[in-house]
Design a protein around this ligand. Sequence first.
Ligand code: FRU
Length: 504
Amino acid sequence: LPDLPRRRFLISTGALLGLSALGGLTTPGRARADETPHWRPAVRFSPERDWLNDPNGLVFFDGEYHLFGQHNPYGDQWGNMSWLHAVSTDLVRWEQLPVALEPDELGAIYSGSAVVDHHDTSGFFGGKPGLVAIYTSAGETQQQCIAHSADRGRTWTKHAGNPVIPNPGVEDFRDPKVFWHAPTGRWVLLVAAGDRIGIYGSANLREWEQLSEFGAEHGSHGGVWECPDLFELPVDGDPGRTRWVLIVSINPGGPAGGSATQYFTGDFDGTAFTSDGPADEVRWVDRGADFYAPQSFSDVSDGRRLWLGWTSNWDYAEAIPTSPWRGMMSTPRELGLVPAGDGVALVQRPVAELSAVRANRRAWRGSLADGTGAEFRGSAVDVVATFRIGTASVVGVDVFAGPGGRTRVGYDAAAGELFVDRTDAGGTRVSEKFPACHTTPLIVDEGVLDLRVVADRSCVEVFAADGRAVMTDLVFPDPGSDRIAPFAAGGRAEVEVEVFDLTP
Ligand code: FRU
């Protein structure tokens, strides 16, 4: 079994025992000289201060999107795991609220999900709708617990009957994700159990029975399995043709090193998931280094399936040089399926709400060859480009460029690969594993590449070929490095490019 998760979970038990002492000794709100406001993202959530990892409890209720997340309220390293809480009405501007769930006698509060109990199946709400959070208590063992809120998530009551799913004798048993399965009229819960997924059912969110298990024979087993999710999506937007998508994060063992998230497409009959693909097929949702533990939203009433992930990697998360916060989320993305080969593939695009905060449009159209082209400036930008690749061997866009380095987002036509190269992305190495060029296979149609780069102060999110190839990477550019330039190398290419500032 991998070292890192185990080391983290051992620290957790120690931190828990000393928790009350620690709370008294540390002063939240302390000021530090080395703060890094220039790396504070403009259009994605980051906590005001201190540590953040996985998104939890994503739910839309009563006009608000709720984001909870793994948080240490007492420091900028992982520990004292609690649920941070933030709300938004547009998925772009977030308001951070007081911590929602804090450790208790059952343990620290690890990842989990939240649902709207519309018909009070749980009996917690006197017949009205309310929010139920389902999370892992991590103490002596990892067990699944619930808490309920009748005031739009502002205050929470932990259920007296916790745990609702006791530990079955598996050390890593965590990250419950719950959804309502209408055809069978029951709640379904997925939980990571070692290196497979347990699937449970319940009528009332309080009593659960195991229905099935998935994964012993499937996918990548290079690390511990974490943060599962399961949802149904239309293929090409056609509600008459749907497939189910099962998500599993894995650490380590990702294609860019460390943490990454794999997916399977298939069928879910209300009891068990069957994968369409061969057992040894491994598919990743994002081939950058920094998109982990994504969770999809419950209850988005307009039918969209949205998700966001933690923009980091356990290989170096605790060495990220931002201050006074450490950790941020990705921009929310809309998910879809498109036909691919004999089956279907997942596509991701930034939510439409992001386009509403675009300003200062600049555009250029022309021919690119080595050393010629246009340039723009900006450090929180949305870049939309279409390349006709022509005789060029590589095309792309440099962002965060300046005397201190650059981040190169490109497409290598000969290799058939999209890449994000952060080997020269700024002065900060973060860790030995940080400087690297990450790639994902991509064949473009008729020599035309569409590329969207959301470059936001200390992160690039890249969507190519209408969301078929996606990469997320942290970068820590020097404050003055804000040049953006489309480029072609090894020949000539045509480009149409638009650059927008992102100004929430
Ligand atoms: C994923 C994870 C989860 C766990 C949480 C603890 O990054 O390891 O499995 O619940 O982080 O903070």
